[in-house]
Ligand binder design. Structure first.
Ligand code: NAD
Length: 498
């Protein structure tokens, strides 16, 4: 069975760690590879390689760095299916969904092709007699990224293309559940001609993460994953003096107003609730119909659609939804369904016991729908991260907004309505970072930035887009006086323009 290797200084390097973890194909339940849980010495070697590559890379004209990005983008486009297959084999998501993920990652690389424009500073002539001021954004140094299982290609690509385009070098620690997509992409990165050491990959678990957080030569850490770990990464990295952005979990609500087109709203809910088996940080996991009649129409329309979901392995072209990522995660999701029943929610569609024919050992859970969920229930408060949609009936728009604003998470939300006033007020009042109006999964395009609010993010910067460029650079402001005035003698009062 294949054991994955690290990428250090442009070379595949076998780990000498005695600790390993199995990687599974979630559709079959069979082990497909072995992952080394790398040592701190291996992390050190990767950081040393990144540090060595830094001066040349950081000092290269941005236009040249952009040319590598153009080549990288072209190779990614040409290999999109291959990358998607690597994702599906370990994550389980269906092919079209995996292609969509890669496409959104490529768009970040495309954004990075414009890095000379993005790094342009500001200039003010004549801020005082013969004095000009200009500002510049300079790279930080060696940066690191720690990524979750649910977007094994896209989330790493939210990070390293931006960091690298800005002139930094990078260490990626992929999710231990589905690391192979990053390895396929690295082959293309190398083929694009990037110098050795610009991007390094170190596989591992908490030990490597803790090593990254404490490493004196790593200047910034980007993290995406669950909220408890995001908070831990943010606190620990900050204590070690690093710049940290840590994106966490979510509980995304979709409000359905009485005037919404119910068929369109249900189409949107099906994709947003059950696509990728609900394993998306922007998945809609709570539907909030406003008014009893809206709620009844919603349940009537959506229940048969949930029952009819086509579930199967990613290799089945008709499958709309695949398995969950691991056996442990499947058991966790099944545990939430049990909790929902015990706490009194109405189980309208029961996905327990679903078996995909020929894939009986796969980690499948059928589409599940709960009605009459209330805010005190565990299935409402916690992120399930599975194909389980909760319907919370609301008697008014104000109550729907309050529900969302009171929730600890604030990643994404949506409103479905034909009323411009309701939509506009909602966008204004809602305490959530990414808002959709008749758009169920409002993931910002690559030239905006992605970030939730409240306990869905720790740190001051959203990820990728202009905020990503700010995160991976630091501002320098230079004030120059030419050619006269310097020789005219010392001035001892605080400098002003009077
Ligand atoms: P996770 O938090 O378990 O793991 C994320 C990363 O942290 C992995 O690389 C893992 O190796 C590492 N890690 C795990 N436990 C650790 C520990 N105790 N100490 C140090 N490092 C540790 O998350 P996951 O299950 O891989 O991903 C799913 C979660 O990610 C969900 O909560 C989802 O909402 C969230 N997510 C958020 C966003 C976002 O943009 N806000 C995007 C994608 C996923």
């Amino acid at each position: 069975m294949q054991t994955l290797q690290n990428i250090i200084g442009g070379k595949l390097v076998a780990s000498t760690s005695p600790r390993t973890a199995p990687i599974f194909n979630p559709a079959t339940g069979e082990q497909s590879a072995v992952l080394p849980l790398s040592t701190l010495a291996e992390l050190d070697a990767a950081v040393a390689a990144a540090k060595l590559a830094l001066p040349e890379w950081a000092n290269m004209p941005p236009l040249r760095r952009a040319r590598y990005m153009f080549k990288f983008k072209q190779l990614l486009d040409e290999n999109i299916d291959r990358i998607a297959e690597a994702i599906s084999a370990e994550h389980g998501k269906v092919h079209g969904d995996a292609v969509g993920e890669v496409q959104r990652g490529i768009e970040v690389v495309e954004f990075c092709c414009g890095i000379p424009q993005l790094l342009k500073g500001e200039f003010s002539r004549h801020v005082g007699p013969s004095i000009d001021t200009h500002s510049d954004r300079q790279p930080l140094g060696v940066c690191a990224g720690i990524t979750p299982f649910n977007f094994p290609a896209m989330v790493p690509m939210w990070m390293y293309p931006v960091a690298i385009a800005c002139g930094n070098t990078f260490i990626l620690k992929p999710s231990e559940k589905d690391p192979s997509a990053s390895m396929v992409i690295y082959e293309l990165f190398r083929e694009a001609g990037f110098p050795d050491g610009v991007l390094n990959i170190v596989h591992g678990d908490k030990e490597v993460v803790d090593g990254i957080l404490a490493h004196p030569d790593i200047k910034a850490v980007s993290f995406v994953g669950s909220t408890p770990i995001a908070e831990y990464v943010y606190r620990t990295g900050s204590q070690h003096g690093k710049r940290v952005q840590a994106l966490g979990g979510a509980k995304n609500h979709m409000v359905i107003m009485p005037d919404a087109d119910m068929d369109k709203a249900v189409d949107a809910l099906m994709g947003a609730g059950y696509g990728s088996a609900g394993e998306r940080c922007m998945a809609v996991s709570v539907a909030v119909p406003v008014g009893e009649d809206t709620a009844n129409r919603l349940i009537e329309t959506i229940a048969p659609r949930v029952q009819a979901l086509k579930i199967g392995p990613a290799t089945d072209p008709d499958a709309e939804m695949g398995p969950l990522v691991t056996k442990q995660h499947m058991e966790k999701v099944l545990g939430y369904i049990e909790a929902g029943i015990k706490e009194g929610a109405e189980l309208t569609v029961d996905g327990r016991g679903f078996k995909a024919q020929g894939y009986e050992n796969g980690y499948f859970v059928g589409g599940t729908l709960f009605d009459r969920v209330t805010p005190d229930m565990t299935i409402y408060k916690e992120e399930i991260f599975g194909p389980v949609l909760s319907v919370v009936r609301s008697d008014s728009y104000e109550h729907a907004v309050k529900l969302i604003n009171d929730h600890e998470y604030g990643n994404g939300t949506a409103i479905f309505t034909r009323d411009g006033d309701a939509a506009r007020t909602f966008a204004d009042q809602i305490e959530v970072g990414m808002v959709g109006v008749n758009v169920p999964i409002p993931v910002p395009v690559a030239y905006h930035s992605f970030g939730g609010w409240k306990r869905s993010i720790f740190g001051d910067h959203a990820i990728y887009g202009p905020e990503g460029v700010h995160f991976y650079t630091r501002l320098k402001t230079i004030t120059s006086r030419w050619p006269e005035g310097i020789k005219s003698g010392a001035v001892f009062h605080f400098p002003t323009m009077n």
